[in-house]
Write a protein that binds this ligand. Structure first.
Ligand SMILES: [Zn+2]
Ligand SMILES: [Zn+2]
Length: 183
């Protein structure tokens, strides 16, 4: 894991810990949850449990570490960055205390509503801005742009705030769409 990813994972862990106290009465067994960054631009978050529900892997899109994470989420008091994390934490909570309920069923929606998060759809459908272009620097920083840079060479401002530095060149990853998805 490169240093940008390690920093991202540390920030996910810190926010998960804060949410666990504020929203979950510390019921989420964070010691058993491994957070991993994902390169996904459609499925912003996912969670997997092992067979006996003693270990979990939560993947959260790197995309949310950038400006896309600041977006408001309709029907939620959280921005997209926090909404996706809370969504996955509710899944983990459900694995522990309501494992027989449907993954996005009544129990899940009720919990999301009580927390002030969007009760129904997965966070994947929240990214409603079309035509955004995702760029990434060699350190893993990602930048979402409304317009493509085209042939312009642009470097990562977080790695080097100067005008252009070839070492930190941003490369096009893909186009972000609002396509829905599961989990
Ligand atoms: Zn960078
Ligand atoms: Zn889900």
């Amino acid at each position: 894991m490169n240093s940008a990813d390690a920093a991202y994972v540390a920030s996910l862990q810190a926010r998960a810990q804060a949410f666990n106290g504020e929203l979950f009465d510390n019921r989420v067994p964070l010691a058993k949850v491994r957070f991993l960054p994902s390169a996904a631009v459609r499925q912003l978050g996912s969670v997997r449990a092992n067979a006996d529900r003693s270990a979990f892997v939560v993947r959260i899109a790197r995309l949310l570490d950038g400006p896309a994470g600041d977006a408001d989420v309709q029907g939620s008091r959280f921005n997209l960055r926090d909404e996706v994390l809370v969504h996955e934490l509710v899944h983990v909570e459900q694995f522990i205390i309501a494992p027989d309920e449907q993954p996005h069923g009544l129990w899940f929606r009720e919990r999301m509503r009580a927390i002030g998060a969007r009760p129904r759809a997965c966070p994947t459908v929240q990214l409603e801005v079309r035509g955004r272009w995702l760029y990434r620097c060699p350190a893993g920083h990602e930048v979402a742009r409304l317009r493509r840079y085209g042939r312009r060479r642009v470097s990562c401002r977080r790695c080097d705030p100067r005008a252009y530095n070839a070492k930190h060149r941003l490369r096009l990853v893909g186009e972000i769409t609002s396509a829905g998805g599961a989990e």
